[in-house]
Design a protein around this ligand. Structure first.
Ligand SMILES: Cc1ncc(COP(=O)(O)O)c(C=O)c1O
Length: 386
């Protein structure tokens, strides 16, 4: 289910008719500045001072790391179980991922960090807020060495917070995806936010072929364009159509999240006395990115029937275990093969990493939580095995 479709269509139509097809198109002055308005809204959501949009979350991570000064030979700590874009971003700047074991929802395990970090000097860490659950960035920072820069990845937790402080504002910078599967989505897109104006400026230049972006392209305040001749960037900007959709989606965020929580509660009440249970994930500050389900102990067979039916209808999918997949598949790309051989196996012996253990976790994605008909159907399937 997608929300705010009328507003989405109106925004895209306005951008299209005005000839505002790119944020660097001079004609954009005649139409509402969706790029600027979206950046303002994402800064507001994250409580940060400055923000820039990008063509994807992957680009936000990759250029975000580069803006933070991460480069060839550096070590970057990342969760062991996460979306492949995270290790790819590290590898793409010539750095080495250092895997930190994760808990059931995919956040870094604080108790495992000291051992995983022993003997390494990470230049940065990407702290992913997985599956709507905010990671404890404060604690992670306390464990990491002082010099280590923290880039939050809040792709799966837009709007989540830790003790009232929004994700994206807890590290040195935040990066996120607005891919179609996310709580805030514009098809393909991403953002980079920070309180550090210089950092966001560098990010903006890196995603604009190394050029100094025009002042309004960077943040919600007035800026002086900078000379960034020394940066070798690329074009990783979000098109004006993307920012027009994004602006409409940001506007409907509160209502959408409420609809997801309603669906969540209805499914959670159907779980009572059923062979399935939900992981305890409604921690304070979390957002309903998905509802994680697993079999109750000794209920494997009946739970398998529920899961098979939910999966057959596309209502649930297994947890992402990308690094696990990585270890199973034959990769031609040398960097990934090196990653698999050198890191995955050497660092974590069998059983240390939770990648394999998490195979019983399934997720109902938020798009179903927000859809009354899907919620009814999911509750029916769960109750059928009581
Ligand atoms: C945690 C996380 N990081 C990064 C990404 C990459 O974003 P994108 O697909 O927009 O490149 C995603 C989603 O796809 C994600 O879930």
């Amino acid at each position: 289910m997608r929300r705010n479709l009328d507003v989405v269509l109106a925004s895209v139509s306005e951008a299209t008719h005005a000839g505002q097809w790119s944020p660097t198109d001079v004609r954009r002055q005649v139409a509402p500045d969706f790029d600027l308005m979206s950046r303002q809204a994402i800064c507001e959501l994250t409580g940060t001072g400055f923000g820039a949009l990008s063509s994807s979350g992957s680009a936000a991570l990759r250029y975000g790391l580069e803006a933070l000064g991460v480069g060839w030979g550096d070590v970057v700590a990342i969760p062991s179980s996460t979306w492949i874009a995270v290790p790819e971003a590290v590898l793409s700047v010539g750095a080495r991922p250092l895997l930190i074991p994760t808990d059931e929802v995919g956040n870094m395990r604080l108790d495992c960090m000291p051992e995983a970090l022993a003997g390494h000097s990470p230049r940065a860490a990407i702290v992913v807020h997985s599956n709507g659950i905010p990671a404890d960035v404060g604690e992670v920072r306390r464990i990491l060495p002082d010099w280590c820069r923290v880039l939050e990845d809040f792709s799966q937790a837009h709007g989540a917070s830790v003790e009232g402080r929004p994700v994206g504002s807890l590290g040195d910078a935040g990066a996120c995806s607005f891919h179609a599967t996310k709580l805030i989505a514009c098809g393909e897109g991403g953002a980079f936010v920070s309180d550090d104006e210089d950092l966001v400026h560098r990010f903006g230049a890196l995603t604009t072929n190394g050029r100094a972006p025009r002042p309004p392209q960077i943040g919600r305040l007035d800026y002086e364009p900078r000379d960034n001749d020394s940066l070798v960037g690329s074009n990783a900007r979000l098109s004006a159509f993307g920012s027009a959709v994004l602006h409409a989606q940001l506007g409907g965020y509160g209502e959408y999240v409420e609809a997801c929580w309603n669906g969540w509660e209805r499914i959670a009440s159907a779980l009572h006395d059923s062979p399935m249970e939900s992981l305890q994930t409604t921690v304070s500050g979390s957002v309903p990115y998905c509802l994680p389900l697993r079999a109750r102990p000794q209920q494997g067979e009946r739970a398998a029937r529920v899961l098979a039916e939910l999966q057959a209808h596309g209502y649930a999918k297994p947890a992402t275990r990308c690094l696990h997949e990585l270890s199973e598949r034959a990769f031609d790309r040398p960097s990934l093969r090196w990653f698999r051989d050198d890191l995955l196996y050497r660092q974590f012996g069998i059983g240390e990493c939770r990648l394999c253990a998490s195979s019983t976790t399934f997720f109902v994605p938020h798009t179903h939580l927000a859809d009354d008909r899907a919620v009814d159907a999911i509750a029916r399937v769960i109750r059928s095995q009581r």
